[in-house]
Design a protein around this ligand. Structure first.
Ligand SMILES: [Zn+2]
Length: 252
């Protein structure tokens, strides 16, 4: 099993991941970054939304036991996914004050996409939908956010890697029709009021946070205690980091 503590990403100033040194069975190896099977054309896949098998990432020269499966990315947007995609970092309304993404693509690792579908199915009978603020966030975007606000309480240090940059985290809220449910703070409000377990936001906001947490954890997601909007897969460090150039269509 690939263990994060045995791994050191060697990032350049732009945040790309030119190489990765792995310490496996007492043997250090220099491996290539993820390379992509580009046989599958996104244009074709657009016509087959239930079969978003957009790209598979293969890491050369790594013991196959290191990864549970090849990484596959799915486009988590309608019609395959009944969600509202409103990526905050594709607009100026984010902590950097300018768009981080040129293209508002909403990718997720296959295993995360499966669990998002489960959460959608749990919300639907309640008349609720999910609004996605962020999903896969390329390593370069994590650097852009970190450079604007290097606050480890709310952002993962890009040298360690964000679960978003592995395609296994989502930032989201609940929609009733077109209305976002009151969660007590806005998305990305870097304040202790964004933490779970606060009793000094309104009772309605507490109920809504617990409702979102119930839906997401029932669907198999882990929560993050400092951000009511953030959910990620367990064992997120099992999944490789993704640079913008690795994506089927670039975001940056
Ligand atoms: Zn997040």
């Amino acid at each position: 099993m690939l263990d994060h503590e045995e791994t050191s990403g060697e990032t350049d100033v732009n945040g790309s991941l030119p190489s990765l040194r792995l310490q496996i069975r007492d043997e250090a190896r220099q491996i290539h970054p993820c390379t992509i099977d580009r046989d599958i054309q996104p244009t074709v896949l657009r016509l087959r939304p239930l079969e978003y098998r957009l790209d598979r990432f293969f890491v050369d020269d790594v013991d196959p036991d290191c990864f549970s499966s090849p990484t596959e990315f799915y486009g988590a947007f309608p019609p395959a996914f009944d969600v509202d995609v409103t990526l905050a970092y594709a607009t100026e309304a984010n902590l950097t004050g300018q768009p981080v993404y040129r293209n508002a693509e909403c990718w997720l690792h296959r295993e995360a996409a499966d669990k998002l579908a489960a959460a959608i199915a749990l919300a639907r009978p309640l008349g609720l939908r999910l609004r996605i603020f962020d999903a896969l966030r390329p390593v370069e975007a994590q650097w852009a956010l970190w450079n604007a606000r290097p606050d480890p309480e709310f952002l993962a240090d890009p040298r360690r890697g964000s679960p978003h940059s592995r395609g296994v985290a989502v930032d989201l809220t609940l929609l009733d029709g077109d209305r976002e449910l009151d969660m007590g703070t806005a998305f990305d409000a870097f304040t202790p009021l964004s933490h779970h377990g606060r009793t000094d936001v309104s009772a309605e906001a507490q109920r809504n946070r617990l409702l979102l947490m119930g839906l997401m954890t029932s669907a198999g997601w882990d929560f993050y205690r400092n951000e009511w909007w953030h959910y990620q897969l367990f064992d997120q460090r099992r999944y490789p980091l993704v640079s913008d150039a690795d994506l089927p269509r670039p975001m940056m």
